[in-house]
Every structure is written in structure tokens, then in C-alpha cells.
Design a binder for this molecule. Structure first.
Ligand SMILES: Nc1ncnc2c1ncn2[C@@H]1O[C@H](COP(=O)(O)OP(=O)(O)O)[C@@H](O)[C@H]1O
Ligand SMILES: [Mg+2]
Length: 279
């Protein structure tokens, strides 16, 4: 059952607020979790030849852990890394990933979990255990995750946005680790390739909406969790990110597109009250 908390609705004050330094620090420490610390036995401590050898021997079907429109991702054997190889459109293989190897990683690369850059846009990334949402074996579990799990996902997408990176909206770009109960976004693109504004709240909800195996009731629950996050962000003196009116409007529009019609009336009221606060 969809339950919407109508209390506190009058306290919503969506005025423009600048992200405080305190929150910038929080966002950075959030990201720090993704920075992989090399151990002495780490693959990345090996020679260039050994690294490419490890990659080459790992390129086989049994190590293929994911494939998108642009790339194939293989687990590198005996390591905690994956290699993301861009497909060559003209052949069955990949672009020339062996023409460079660099450990100079920018904050944008870190957002994509990259630990080393290879030739022609290929990379070595930290391995994220779990499955992307499209392959998730227990869709119902997702709606039972705590608000903080969704808030962490939201923070990562907001952090990326603040760094000019756009989340490539898709259920295949969110990895669910059912052991650790985490949701991690992958596959961000540099903003200059897009003219459109990124909408973190709607982008998350759309990714779940496009996950067709997710039961309707679970999607309703996820909407509710995200609505709670949105409300507390709007009420917060130090929001992680100022939710734009466009993002809020789109969030409600998506709800009406993908969720059950029986709850629309109560949502209409909440939508009006929230959007009415924007100047
Ligand atoms: N760091 C990672 N750890 C584990 N699996 C990953 C990682 N990066 C990507 N994958 C898997 O590989 C798939 C394709 O990778 P992705 O970077 O999204 O390629 P594309 O840009 O072609 O969509 C993802 O949907 C995911 O299942
Ligand atoms: Mg992808």
C-alpha cells in the first residue's frame, strides 16, 4: 500500500540554498570510499606487461560480467578489478586498449570507479560486487531497502552532477549488492556531450521505472522513499543539492506515467503543495 505522510508538508521551504562546505566534505568522503588503495600484491603494482597479460587472459566469456551498448566488462582474474573495453564498431573485437596505460586519475574518473586508464577510452575499474538492476534476482528486496541506501545513491548522483558528470539513466547502470545492501551508480558521461540538465531525483526514479521486472507495488514504495528524501532535502538547512523545480515536476510526472492510478489524487495534492513553494 502506498502511504504518503502528509505531515510536515507545510514546513517545506524550497528556497535557493548554497551547498555548505560541510556538505562538500561529506560528498568527498562519500566518494573516497570508491578510491581503491593498492596493496603490495595488487595487480596495479605489477609491470605494464603483466597488467596487459592479466587483462588478455581474462577476456573470455566466463569472466564477462556485463555488456552495454558501448562496452564489455570483464572481471580480471585473481584481482578485485574489472576491465571495461570499448567495442570496435567495425570488428567483433575492441578498440586498441593497449596503446596506453595511465594511473593519473581525475575526480571524474573516480566517479566512474576507474583506477587506471587504458587506450581509447578503455579502463580498469574497481570491481563492484552484485548485479545491475536488470539482472537482479530479488526485485522485491529493493523496495525493502532503507531510506539511507537510496539517499547514498542520490548523494553519489548529486556529487557527479556537481562535477559535471551526467548519470546515464538505466537500470543497467545501478549495481545492487544484496549482501552489503548498497546501490551504486555506474556509467557517468561528461556533461559537455549533453545539453539537457541532469535531474538526480527523476533520474533515479526513472532507472527503477525502466526495470520492467520490478513489481508495481515495489515501484510505488520506491517512489515513496524518494519522496521522503526529497521532502527532507527541501526542508534541510543544508541540502546536499538544491532540487530544482524541473526535477520535482519530472519526478511527479514519472510517477503518474509508471505507477498505479489509484493513488494519483493524494499525490496531486502533495505535488501542488511542494511545487507551490517554488518561486
Ligand atoms: N565496476 C564494475 N563492477 C562490476 N560490474 C560492472 C562495473 N562496471 C560495469 N559493470 C557491469 O557491466 C555492464 C556494462 O558496463 P557499462 O560501463 O555500463 O557499459 P555501457 O557504457 O556499454 O553501458 C553494467 O551494466 C554492469 O552490469
Ligand atoms: Mg551502462
Amino acid at each position: 500500500m502506498l502511504k504518503i505522510n502528509l505531515s510536515n508538508i507545510n514546513n517545506i521551504v524550497p528556497k535557493a540554498r548554497i551547498i555548505s562546505n560541510k556538505f562538500k566534505t561529506l560528498l568527498h568522503s562519500q566518494l573516497d570510499q570508491d578510491i581503491f588503495v593498492k596493496s603490495k600484491k595488487d595487480l596495479l603494482q605489477s609491470s605494464r606487461e603483466e597488467i596487459f597479460k592479466a587483462i588478455d587472459t581474462s577476456i573470455k566469456d566466463e569472466n564477462l560480467i556485463g555488456e552495454g551498448s558501448e562496452a564489455k566488462v570483464y572481471k580480471i582474474q585473481s584481482s578485485e578489478y574489472v576491465v571495461r573495453l570499448i567495442k570496435n564498431e567495425n570488428t567483433d573485437g575492441f578498440v586498441d586498449y593497449k596503446n596506453s596505460l595511465s594511473f593519473l586519475i581525475s575526480s571524474r574518473d573516480k566517479i566512474n570507479h576507474v583506477v587506471a586508464k587504458l587506450g581509447e577510452g578503455c579502463s580498469i575499474m574497481e570491481y563492484l560486487p552484485g548485479e545491475n538492476l536488470c539482472k537482479c534476482k530479488c526485485p522485491r528486496e529493493l523496495a525493502g531497502l532503507s531510506k539511507s541506501v537510496y539517499y547514498d545513491l542520490y548523494k553519489k548522483i548529486c556529487y557527479a552532477k556537481a562535477n559535471g558528470m551526467v548519470f546515464d539513466v538505466s537500470p543497467s547502470n545501478i549495481i545492487y549488492d544484496s549482501d552489503k545492501k548498497t546501490l551504486t551508480p555506474i556509467d557517468f558521461i561528461r556533461k559537455k556531450r549533453f545539453t539537457e540538465e541532469t535531474l538526480p531525483l527523476s533520474d533515479i526514479f526513472l532507472s527503477f521505472s525502466l526495470y520492467l521486472l520490478l513489481p508495481q507495488q515495489s515501484l510505488n514504495k520506491i517512489f515513496n522513499i524518494l519522496l521522503k528524501i526529497a521532502k527532507s532535502e527541501i526542508n534541510s538547512k543544508h541540502p546536499i543539492h538544491k532540487i530544482s523545480k524541473k526535477d520535482m515536476t519530472e519526478f511527479f510526472r514519472l510517477y503518474k506515467t509508471y505507477c498505479a492510478t489509484e493513488f494519483f489524487q493524494s499525490i496531486d495534492k502533495i505535488e501542488k503543495e511542494i511545487l507551490g513553494k517554488y518561486k
